[in-house]
Design a protein around this ligand. Sequence first.
Ligand SMILES: Cc1cc2nc3c(=O)[nH]c(=O)nc-3n(C[C@H](O)[C@H](O)[C@H](O)COP(=O)(O)OP(=O)(O)OC[C@H]3O[C@@H](n4cnc5c(N)ncnc54)[C@H](O)[C@@H]3O)c2cc1C
Length: 399
Amino acid sequence: MSAGMVIIGGGQAAGWVAKTLRDSGYQGTISVISDEPWDFYERPPLSKRALLEADAPLSRLFSEEQQAALDLTWYRPLRAERIQRQQKSVLLSNGQSVPYDRLLIATGSRPRLPGREWQNHPRVHTLRSWHDALSLKSALADCRQLAVVGGGWIGLEIAASARSLGIAVTLYERQPRLCQRSVDAAVSQALLTLHQQQGVSIHCDCGEMRLAHQHGLPQISCDQVPLRSFDRVVVGVGVELNLELAQQAGLEVGNGIVIDDRGQTSDPAIYAVGDVARHPRFGFSLQSWAFAQNQAIATARALLDPAAPGYDEIPWLWSDQYGINMQILGLPQGQGKTVVRQQSDSTLWFRLGEDNCLQQLVSFNDARSIKLAKRWIGTQRPLDAQQLADPAFSLMTLR
Ligand SMILES: Cc1cc2nc3c(=O)[nH]c(=O)nc-3n(C[C@H](O)[C@H](O)[C@H](O)COP(=O)(O)OP(=O)(O)OC[C@H]3O[C@@H](n4cnc5c(N)ncnc54)[C@H](O)[C@@H]3O)c2cc1C
């Protein structure tokens, strides 16, 4: 009998692989090895709804009926400890071996910490899993002073949620500006202004952050800001990709598991999807909801159909803060300039390359322009900066 498909990981990318395989008519065994006890769920609500709503349910990827219809063989909560490529099997933490015909690695990533001393402090939190969200929510219930370490998207979302709960928030960012890796300086400035207007105290350019304790409370300091006590600390300084299985198995790895546009790794029987996979075009891991879903779907289709198109989408992610829907399409690359368009109830930041083609569009409350921009980036159409900046000029005429 065929060993079928084995998926390591029970997150968003894993869920979409399983669903797409079944939707495409695959009838063989699909085994899922997951170290979490839950059905597939999505993580974006963990920093938003899950912290704000008293009884927010698990953000399931599929309804219970849909999930049951997938007819999966679960191994959970169990860890995959080793990929045994010679035997084409996966060794689990309970000593069992699960054989595979095709293996999909969907192990995602885990929160990074500034140093070892940040590990295991009962009042220092990270946010990755449903379990983390429940623990942070109950911690915020009696928190008056919160420190957020890290001014990336997750740190900012946690700061926004905490402010909505009436908690005083101090945010520390190591770099000179917020979300420095993903957006231009003008967008970082807008994020800074927004959070300051909402009462967040922000320290940028902090360099190395230090953690101390007094009377059981965590204390934070850095070169620019003196030591201060908080009720709770949340760390959001980026992630470590869960690459160890791929590395031990001798797969090609560098800024993520190296894959082609069909998700295939350097071993033709093994595929990688989601955060852990290196983007086939950009050469690094993207860590976005859209990539985890759509690259997983493309990979599952490619597994069953050699003629299926590979993954080729423009990077896209979103964030929700203080009721503002932020969308980020594309990546800034090389030299370029930013054009700001201030509309009555929304703002757009166009990042143009030297050829005046759009590299990135960031929108606050303007999803429609993001749709238009997908075409402009796709076709590499040169744009006129003056027209873009003029709110009286209709972008629809550039359709
Ligand atoms: C709090 C939060 C908010 C976010 N908000 C947004 C947002 O607003 N917009 C956006 O675009 N993106 C957002 N993201 C990013 C997005 O959720 C991730 O990119 C996406 O979850 C990646 O999916 P994945 O399946 O690759 O990994 P994951 O969802 O992390 O799933 C990996 C799973 O594999 C398990 N695993 C790992 N190793 C093993 C092993 N050896 N054996 C068994 N199981 C293992 C892990 O425990 C986990 O369950 C957010 C992420 C977080 C954490």
